[in-house]
Design a binder for this molecule. Sequence first.
Ligand SMILES: Nc1ncnc2c1ncn2[C@@H]1O[C@H](COP(=O)(O)OP(=O)(O)OP(=O)(O)O)[C@@H](O)[C@H]1O
Length: 480
Amino acid sequence: MTCLEIVCPCGIDVVSSVFDVLNQYQVSLEAIESNQAGYLYVTISKVEFSDLKQMLGALRCNEQIYDARTVDVVPSELGRRELQLLLNQISYPVILIDRNGLILQTNQAVSYVCRCLMGDLIGQPLGNWVKGFSITRWLGRDNGRPEIIEVYLGGRAYRAYVEPLVDNLSLSHLPSALMSFRSDSQFIPDLDLASIRDSFAPFGLIAHDPEYIRIIEQIKEIASLPRSVLIYGEVGTGKRFCAQLLNHFRGNSAGDMTVISGPIHDEALDEQLLDLAASRPEMVLVYQIESFTSEQILRIIAQMHFVAQAVYTSLLSPEELIARYGEVSFYSAFGQIIRLPPLRERPEDSVQLAQAWLNEYFISKGAQSPILNRSVQQFLKKCQWPGNISQLLQVLRDTIAHTGLRAWSTKDIRYANQHANADTAICGLLDKDYHQAMADFEKLLLSYYYPQFPSTRALAKKLGLSHTAVAKKLKEHKIT
Ligand SMILES: Nc1ncnc2c1ncn2[C@@H]1O[C@H](COP(=O)(O)OP(=O)(O)OP(=O)(O)O)[C@@H](O)[C@H]1O
């Protein structure tokens, strides 16, 4: 194909004289369009160079045509390429379809999920890849209206947002609808979690557990009605992440959040507090308040009236903090208190986090990400994760360094921190009385081995106990 740009004021006379010239050289016309300036862009079948030269000369003889030349692309193709570049920036799958349900354009994320090249998808019926959606039925309902539907894409469950591109979907070959797919773990009503990809959320925001989803909703609410907040929880549960999320919900950039972290010398803290009073930042995160002295933390709290939103994180519980700072200081400092549940209390999140991390990793390597199989999912759910999300991410990184780009079995998972944590926990037993220490040790032993022997029979065999004794003890210690 050859593309011609004909520089002229667009009008019926010019178009008809262009057609005459094309006719004269017996070239077939593939497409014609004009840009805002009125220039004509004509796509024709391939012509011999000598004919092309003469044809351009003939076009230029027309006094209404200022110039005629060959170009690499016509404006509509340029628009399509621009759109493709934009689509590829979107990390979740997006598909453009026509009113016959044929795929017109997709992004890289679709080809990763469907495990095929993008070129293999174009022009194919959507139904070959997406189950649970019928374009005929959708068009039948009020000629297609925006809708959220549960579908399967490449065998994975998604919520698809279907949106019509024009009011009257009568054009048969042009894009009629746009479908964007979000996984369940990225869905909270009125909140587009998939769009929350920032420096602090490189593989998105994952929230599957209902309690955790409620926390995200609380954070969103605080963003609109600011009040000082204490976020506490075990190490690596995502306290800093939630502070960054709150900053994001407030419409701030990462630079708008000032972080104060200890331990710090009094003079350095004085300087930071002076800066704070001068710059009055939008948001301040006081990270791990237990790393400051009690006197320092009271001084920090006193300075917080300069900032719109203050967030404090802590590894300690409210009871422990009250014992340190006193009830009055505690309640006057924190308008809201949020406990982040550890990963073992939201086991489904550990699977969703692992899958999302894996997807991102494989995409970054230009490969298709495997779906974690059932036994790996069970394994992840049963691990205790004393280091929570930070530990999970570390284990994922260690595992991939070991396996490379292949699907995992439970044996591959490098859940290696268990020894270190078990050692610390065993030392802790020495402070307890005989009965408590024995009960705690039993629990530790069962939690330690259960992820690796995730059935009561396998665990019983490992520990040399009967199947019923193990089942009873697991129930007693609430190990699931
Ligand atoms: N909901 C989430 N979705 C995706 N990633 C998350 C989520 N929550 C936390 N993370 C990631 O988990 C890791 C640990 O989170 P973060 O550093 O916020 O934990 P923390 O509780 O502040 O840790 P520490 O106890 O060390 O202060 C970070 O890499 C963060 O990006």
